[in-house]
Design a protein around this ligand. Sequence first.
Ligand code: ZN
Length: 144
Amino acid sequence: MELKTLYREIVNEHNLHPEHKHDLENPTMVLEGVNPSCGDDINLQLRIRDGVIEDAAFNGSGCAISQASADMMIDLILGKSEEEALRLAQIFMGMIQGTATEEEIEELDEAAALQDIAHMPARVKCAVLGWRTMREMVEKLEGE
Ligand code: ZN
C-alpha cells in the first residue's frame, strides 16, 4: 500500500532536509538504535536537565521512514518533560498499532503522517526506531 501523497511529501521533506540530524554539542545521554531487518541505524542524543528535554538531535543512516520519523519525533519532544515524551511515544505506538484515537493522533502533528505504516508491517520497525530508542533512554533515566 502506498502512503497518501501528502503524507509521503511530509516524510520525504523530513528525510531530505532533516532539521535535527546533526551531533549535539553536550548531550547528557546518547544511545544507538538499530533495526537490522532494514539496516536502519540511528544515534540519538538528548540533553535532559531537571526532567526536561532541553535539546535533542540524531545521526545515522537508513531508509527514509526511519530517518524522517526520528526527525519528526525530535520536533515533538523538544522542550517537553520526560513524562510527556513517554506519553507521546505511547500515542505513536498506539497509532502504529491502530489503537490511538483521532484526538491522540492529532497531538502527533506531522508524525501523524506515518499512520498508514500500520498497514505496512515490514516498515513498522523503521517508523518506531527513533521512538523506541528515546523511550529506552528516558525509562533508563527514570529508573536511576
Ligand atoms: Zn527502514
